[in-house]
Design a binder for this molecule. Structure first.
Ligand SMILES: Cc1cc2nc3c(=O)[nH]c(=O)nc-3n(C[C@H](O)[C@H](O)[C@H](O)COP(=O)(O)OP(=O)(O)OC[C@H]3O[C@@H](n4cnc5c(N)ncnc54)[C@H](O)[C@@H]3O)c2cc1C
Length: 503
């Protein structure tokens, strides 16, 4: 029994004595194990007028201490943790689910680099390394129409386990970051509060990187951010996988009915540069119209349509990105609840339609839904630099560049593919919140307007900001500066050492 358990037991007995209760429990260890007891909280206060409950103060055990804490283990978080570790820092990577990979593994989104048509100038760094590693381990299938890989979403959990284990990152899974801790009288963070099956605990860190997708840590710390109005937010999606698909028959059908990006315009009003309209795309939409006309699915299912990706020899069609919903805010728990339930219903309509009208899908069966709803859009911090659509479209250059990303825009009615070799530089400043120090924000919640978000939200771009933030956190420790004051020359030097292309 730990000192903490002994203390907890003593306090529990004390409370029971005060309450006049006398319970005799045999606490000796038997074959059935020891009797344990948690100390329940003292009652707090209800403030009915404000509609709040005031918790009593509580002593929280310290779960871990580290130099760099990365919260959230999606493409950004994995890259940040690996980069900080490779730059010599002691790193904890903390994630609310039971696996690393974020949208890849928990939503089932496999297409890390589908934009890579001939002519693309690619970001170099941990993102491409992850893609190659997955392929080398047998966890990827070539994307149908260009030289990129569909990651096997479940297998990627194992790829990420390998990357974490061999790097010496200290992982914490099944652990939710719920609050922040500041150094006294300063704007510098020194830790977070967590919730898990082990209760409410604390992780202390010299630097924190927020890779939660929703900028949870920046929000909790009081940093300013922007949210797209709900009616303009990019939709949420329930991704699903089917088994029992006749791959040859389906591929024959897609050759007879070749889809291009011009077809996307039927579902979404969209601006392209023209070059996109002739490129092949793994896309289904008119099939759902056909199923509606036949009365197989209800008339209101007009949000169905989108991409298919990998087809396995075992007859699986994975990453079916077809069931979209508008008007949900992923930072509202009741919206999440409604969207999860509606999404499963919509996905089943999509599968019913495919079974009825698409050759090869006649005997298809639902294999599984993604572990969680797919979210594209929520908080974006206000940063030292706020990227714009103009930056992305005009090959912007920045003195504080931490990497490059091809001119790939997908969202808010714009689709531009980088097949002409155009790219822009990603500034360190878009990861630096204005009000909070020793905190960096990487991934889809970096600072920028809607069109720049349509570029920066893509997984490979998230790995660019992740790697940049990880290196900057480690270098700031080495320099004895904060993340706001870090000398960028040192950061860029370390990034180049890690194989990142800066310009
Ligand atoms: C349906 C869908 C289709 C998409 N298609 C593509 C595509 O084809 N190609 C592409 O490049 N991009 C695509 N995207 C976009 C891309 O997947 C995401 O923008 C990207 O994964 C964001 O990476 P991230 O690391 O910032 O966040 P995420 O991948 O969302 O990872 C965040 C991680 O943080 C964890 N987390 C969150 N809050 C907390 C907390 N408080 N405490 C602890 N852990 C926390 C989450 O569990 C998660 O693992 C798609 C997105 C969706 C939803």
């Amino acid at each position: 029994m730990t000192d903490q358990d002994k203390y907890t037991g003593r306090v529990a007995r004390m409370i029971q004595r005060w309450a006049g209760k006398r319970i005799t429990v045999n606490r000796k260890t038997t074959d059935e194990g020891q009797v344990l007891q948690h100390t329940p909280p003292a009652p707090g206060e209800m403030d009915a007028e404000q509609g709040v409950y005031i918790e009593p103060p509580k002593a929280l055990p310290i779960l871990a201490e580290c130099e760099v804490l990365v919260v959230g283990a999606g493409p950004a978080g994995l890259s940040a943790a690996l980069a900080a570790r490779r730059a010599g820092a002691d790193v904890v990577l903390l994630e609310r689910f039971g696996c690393f990979g974020g949208v890849i593994t928990t939503v089932g989104m496999e297409t890390l680099a589908w934009y890579r048509y001939e002519g693309t100038i690619e970001s170099e760094g941990i993102g491409v390394e992850m893609e190659r590693r997955a392929a080398a381990m047998g966890g990827a299938i070539k994307w149908p129409y260009n030289d990129s890989e569909c990651l096997d979403a479940d297998f990627f959990k194992v790829v990420a386990d390998h990357l974490v284990r061999e790097s010496g990152i200290r992982p914490i899974l099944h652990c939710y970051a719920v609050d922040v801790i500041f150094e006294p009288d300063s704007n510098r963070l020194k830790g977070i509060v967590t919730e898990s099956k082990s209760g409410r605990q604390v992780v202390l860190a010299k630097r924190i990187i927020d890779c939660t997708g929703d900028a949870d840590i920046a929000h909790l710390a009081g940093a300013s951010y922007r949210k797209t109005p709900k009616d303009k937010m990019l939709g949420v999606t329930t991704v699903f996988n089917a088994s029992g698909v006749d791959k040859a028959r389906f591929l024959e059908y897609t050759e007879q009915q070749p889809a291009t990006y011009a077809d996307w315009s039927r579902t979404w009003e969209q601006e392209t540069t023209g070059k996109e309209d002739v490129l092949r795309s793994p896309y289904l939409d008119k099939e759902f119209e056909q199923a509606r006309e036949l009365g197989v699915i209800p008339a209101h299912t007009t949000n169905l349509g989108g991409s298919w990706s990998a087809l396995t020899e075992a007859g699986e069609a994975t990453n079916l990105n077809l069931a979209h919903m508008q008007g949900y805010d992923s930072t509202d728990v009741m919206d999440l609840t409604a969207a999860e339930m509606q999404g499963r219903q919509e996905a089943l309509y999509a599968l019913t339609a495919l079974k009825s009208v698409v050759p090869g899908f006649e005997k298809a069966k639902l294999r599984n839904f993604g572990m969680t709803l797919g979210v594209r859009d929520s908080r974006k911090i206000i940063g030292r630099t706020n990227l714009t659509g103009e930056d992305v479209r005009n090959q912007a250059k920045f003195p504080d560049s931490i990497g490059i990303f091809p001119e790939f825009i997908d969202g808010y009615n714009v689709l531009i593919l980088p097949s002409t070799g155009r790219y822009f530089e990603v500034p360190y400043g878009c990861m630096v919140p204005l009000e909070v120090d020793n905190l960096l924000v990487a991934g889809r919640c970096v600072a920028g307007d809607m069109v720049s978000h349509a570029a920066m939200r893509n997984m490979m771009a998230c790995t660019v900001t992740g790697q940049g933030a990880g290196v900057a956190a480690a270098v700031s420790l080495r320099q004895g500066s904060t993340t706001a004051d870090v000398d960028l020359a040192g950061v860029q030097q370390e990034l180049e050492k890690q194989g990142v292309r800066l310009h």
